[in-house]
Design a protein around this ligand. Structure first.
Ligand SMILES: [Zn+2]
Length: 60
């Protein structure tokens, strides 16, 4: 990760963002589901949860 991006992300984290363990991107809390359920219960961002669900439904 480039140093500049790292500092940018650190600033985001300080403002209340967190890192998604799936896509490894640091996103604002708005991008995460608040409740911990079966779907996305691992603290994934909404995008990853959506992609994961879409993949599951697409599986024949
Ligand atoms: Zn993600």
């Amino acid at each position: 990760m480039p140093t500049q991006l790292y500092h940018e992300n650190q600033g985001l984290v300080e403002r209340g963002a967190k890192r998604c363990p799936r896509c490894r991107k640091i996103k604002p809390l708005d991008c995460f589901h608040r409740k911990r359920g079966k779907e996305g219960g691992q603290g994934w961002c909404k995008t990853c949860v959506r992609v994961d669900m879409a993949c599951r439904h697409a599986t024949p």
